[in-house]
Each structure stands twice: as C-alpha cells, then as structure tokens.
Design a protein around this ligand. Structure first.
Ligand code: EGV
Length: 383
C-alpha cells in the first residue's frame, strides 16, 4: 500500500516512502534501481529464462552460489574476495544484509561512525537496533587527518563508496588508511559498495587492501542497482574470517538462502557485465547525465556539485530554492525525483538546496523529466 506523504513537507517521510509514491509514474526518477531497457545481450539472457530455471532446479545450490559469487566479484575487480565458510552470504537485497550487519554489531558495538551524507536507510537501520551514530563528514574521509575525523569511541566505521547520492569514491590509499586506523583501534570497518559497478575507480581490489591491513571488515555488495532485472537481485554480506561478529548466525535466523534461480540469473548478468555490460552501462549513464546537465545548463540557479560522479544518480543544486518544496511542485506535475534532506541524516537542513535525479532510466525519460524541472525553475521564484 502507498501512503501519502505526511504534511507539511517531504522531510517527515523516509526516502523509500518517497520512492514508493513514484513507482507507477511514467516519470519516475526517484529510486536508484535500474529501470532502463535491457541491452541486446541482456535481452538474450532473459529470452533463456526457462532454460535457466531448469538449470537452477538440478545444479547443486552450493555450486550455483559459488559460481554466481565468482562471476560477480570477477566482473567488479574484487579478485581477493574471501571464500572461506560463511564469508560471503547471499541475501535477498543489500538492505537485508545491512539489517543483519546492524543486528550483529549490537553484540559488541554501541556506536557507529557513519559517512554523512548517505542514503537514509543506513542510519535508520543502525538506529533501529539502538546503535548511536556519529557523523563523519564525507570530505574528511577523502582529505586530511583520518584519525582525527573518526571518533575514537566508535566501534565501527561505516562508509558508502561510491557514496549515494554524491558518487564520491574512496581511493585505494584512503581505504588503506581507514583500514589501518580500524585495525589499530580494533574497530570494524564496514563498506557499502552497491554503486561500484558504475565507476571503474571503485573497482580496484578492495579485499586485497582490507586483508593486508588485518582489520575486521564487512562489505555489503549489491547487484540491485546495476541490472534492469525487475528487482531480481542479491545483496552479498562479505566479512573477514576474524570479524568477531555473529553474522552467519543472524543470517541463518533470517533466511536459508536466496533463490537458486536468481543466483543463476546473477551469474549470467555478471558474465555479461564482465564481457561488455559494465562498459555499456557506463556509457548509458554518462549519456543520461549529459542530457540532464545539458537541458538544465542555462537555468541560472542550477549547478551540479558532483562533477566527477559516475553513479546512476545525480545531485542537482538549486541555489536559493528549497528542495522539499520543489519536490512537491514536481510531484504535482507527475515528475518524481528525491529531495535531499534525508540523505543528510545528522543535519537535514544542509540537504535543502539539492534534488537527486535517478539516471538508470531510458534516455527519453531523463530528457522529459529534465525539461519539466527546467520549466518549473524558470517560472517560479526562489524562496
Ligand atoms: C536508492 C530502496 C530500501 C533502496 C533505494 C536506494 N530502499 N531498500 N529501503 O534500494 O538510492 O534509491 O538505495
């Protein structure tokens, strides 16, 4: 069931509730899920679904799961991923992996240092299990003294990389520094890498860096943002052998395993991604980003703060406007994007001047939404 947004503003709802409102709209640029047309080679996989189903019936589940994991990690450059017992756990979605991680953390951790801003379901899930949150400004992860930026009473540092919505990628040397810091303080280092498929700079071998540091790491990987498979997807919960958290136990409380059919589908899409799919996807997203920026280029109050971003969402800065008010006005015109207050989970006001526009859509959808945003901005006054 869809719940209408609470009045007066959009800030009373979480981002997913706002995404829900948009699900059946033709101009749905709200959620970060992949909703563009299948590529030619992806279409060929979908044409083979009955055969894939039959294969999933007979192939041993353990073998299917290993094959899906191997194909996925290879496509994303994660060659040193751990393959010991329970080190890669498949989940229905990355949010389920997040939920399991949060619950596992409560066994020994009371506060989490979390990147700010980031998608709101991460702080919401962590808080939901009673964890205290300490914001770590995104900039301070990338430059300057990391030890000073990460509160030393936190038991876990959590970083989304590439970040959602900014697209910022933690470089290898900064990941190594974070991993060393966490190893030295015996903190858990947790990463959400759901958007790494969009950005080659996020595809260096993270597991090599993490393993070399000796830190207790957890990584949440995701197929859900990458491929337009109607939310047939898996989230992977990956952890160091010595992570010291009851992750496998809690995973087994929640599920026995994901569907072997979906694992078989993930294997095929990952093989396609490695062959040509990631490059095609990057081109498609870059083209959509150029269309959005081009159509809004001459609107005086608009700028694009994430110049380097390659991920499938784009922030639009609307100088002098309130993003929540614009979001409402766009909803009235049946154009759905996201306001950004909720991404700024520790300081919602700092998200006010931004909208987030999803780019994993067909080109004409992005163009039509961009035209609607342009018209609205040109005819209305800043607040
Ligand atoms: C994004 C949807 C959940 C989430 C969307 C997302 N919300 N899982 N509560 O998948 O960027 O739109 O991450």
């Amino acid at each position: 069931m869809r719940r209408p947004p609470a009045t007066p503003g959009a800030t009373a709802n979480n981002l997913t509730q706002l995404e829900h409102l948009a699900l059946d709209a033709s101009l749905n640029l709200a959620d970060g899920h992949a909703r563009h047309r299948l590529s030619r080679t992806q279409r060929r996989i979908v044409d083979q679904l009955p055969a894939l189903f039959d294969e999933a019936v007979v192939r041993p589940v353990d073998e299917l799961e290993r094959a899906a994991h191997a194909a996925f990690f290879a496509a994303l450059g994660q060659h040193s991923y751990p393959d010991g017992p329970d080190q890669v756990l498949s989940c229905y979605a990355s949010s389920v992996a997040m939920d399991i991680l949060a619950r596992a953390l409560t066994a020994s951790v009371s506060s989490v240092a979390l990147v700010h801003p980031t998608f709101d379901n991460i702080p919401d899930i962590l808080r939901g299990f009673g964890l205290d949150l300490r914001p770590v400004d995104e900039d301070s992860l990338h430059h300057g003294d990391l030890a000073a930026a990460v509160p030393d009473d936190a038991g876990c540092l959590f970083v989304t990389t590439p970040n959602n919505p900014t697209g910022r990628v933690l470089a290898a040397d900064r990941l190594a520094a974070a991993a060393r810091l966490c190893a030295g303080r015996d903190m858990v280092l947790a990463l959400d890498t759901s958007f790494r498929g969009f950005d080659a700079r996020a595809r260096y071998d993270h597991y090599r860096v993490l393993t070399e540091s000796g830190c207790r790491y957890v990584v949440i990987e995701d197929t859900g943002k990458l491929w337009p498979t109607l939310d047939l997807k898996v989230g992977l919960l990956v952890s160091a052998e010595h992570v010291g958290l009851p992750i496998a136990q809690i995973h087994s409380d929640i599920l026995l395993g994901v569907s072997p059919f979906i694992l078989a589908l993930v294997e095929q899409f990952a093989l396609d991604a490695a062959a040509s799919g990631l490059a095609e996807l990057a081109d498609h997203i870059a083209g959509n980003r150029a269309v959005l920026r081009g159509i809004l280029a001459d609107v005086p109050c608009v700028s694009f703060p994430d110049q380097d971003s390659k991920v499938s969402v784009e922030r639009v800065r609307v100088h002098g406007y309130d993003g929540a008010r614009l979001w409402e006005q766009l909803c009235e015109r049946k154009v759905y994007v996201l306001p950004c207050h909720q991404f700024h989970w520790a300081d919602p006001g700092s998200g006010a001047p931004y909208l987030r526009v999803a780019l994993a859509r067909d080109r004409d959808t992005v163009a039509a939404a961009a035209e609607a945003i342009r018209s609205l901005l040109l005819e209305s006054q800043p607040r």
